[in-house]
Design a protein around this ligand. Sequence first.
Ligand SMILES: Cc1ncc(COP(=O)(O)O)c(C=O)c1O
Length: 374
Amino acid sequence: MPKQFINPTKLPSDSTLTKTDLDTPFLAVDLEKFDSNVARLSQGTKDFDVHWRPHCKGHKSSIIASRLVAAGAIGATCAKLGEAEIMVRGGVPDVLIANLIVGENKLSRLAKLCKEGKPIVCIDHMDQAVPMNEVMLREGVQCRVIIEVNIGLDRVGCAPDKTLELARQLHAMPGLNFAGIMGYEGHLLTIEDQNEKRSEIENALKLLAENAKQLQEEGIPCEIVSCGGTGSYLLSRMQKGITELQAGGGMFMDQFYEQQCQVTGMKKALTIIATVVGRPTADRAIIDSGKKTLHVEYEPAIVVGRDDIQVTRLSAEHGELELTGDAQDLKIGDRVELVPGYADMTCVLHDFFYVFQNDTLVDIWPLEARGLLQ
Ligand SMILES: Cc1ncc(COP(=O)(O)O)c(C=O)c1O
């Protein structure tokens, strides 16, 4: 049985729908703020002669990815092969899968994708590269690969002093087209002191720049040196040797980026619209949005324009608000608008972005890659 959606899944041609016409909770995008963030990220990388390849792991939408390309992005960064397939087939051919691809079936899918677009995949060990090379040769294609280097996050990535040797081997494999390196400075996003953050990022990204220089001195082309997220892009974009940045979530902005990563200049473009469904006491309200609607683990959500309301507790499908002052007038049936703690993990709880200009619904963007975890 196909899933039945309550709210519209396509914009009616004569739409005059407003926020109040949709059932809550739903994910809302303020188009003006979104476009302003996108322009800022795009120009903010261009200003430093760095390409912008925004991560799509949060939005999972080829419509958004295409919009970002139209605004200056060179392509998309993906976390999953399934996301890359959606982006390429949705019109964004130049995709970096910032992840390791393992397994015969996935490698066959990757080979197919090489015929449709220009994917790039990360490698940090020859045991990923050898079967990839075999499948690409069998399928008569070459796949672009870059080495993921561990620059301190200690997640994946080869040690910087092993990059050159791995690059030599990858460069010699006929099924692979060696294109460069990447690292993610995700462990440095929340350093409070900005001078310390700057110097830690500089030290981490220097490892990439030094690796790139080593490769070039050996005659191994290293056209891509990729890094960066929203939480670091203001500093990462100015580091020598970096060719592209992956910052994506800043297009929506959220409490985590603002409060913990000290990202400035962005507008809160993504909100959850919720309804007050209960008023157990004068100073408490219950909304129809809990952890299955918005993500607050890294940072609490806030209610837009209401300093007198605090989000105090979320269970799966209920949210608890603490009310002070005028907020105690809040009634059952009233709506509130919340900025999630972390936009990335909030988006994937939803099937559609409802896009508004002022209060009017002007577009609906499906998260086509939602659930495509393979
Ligand atoms: C490889 C990689 N690049 C970049 C990012 C940052 O993405 P964003 O800008 O959406 O925070 C992440 C976040 O997890 C990541 O894992």
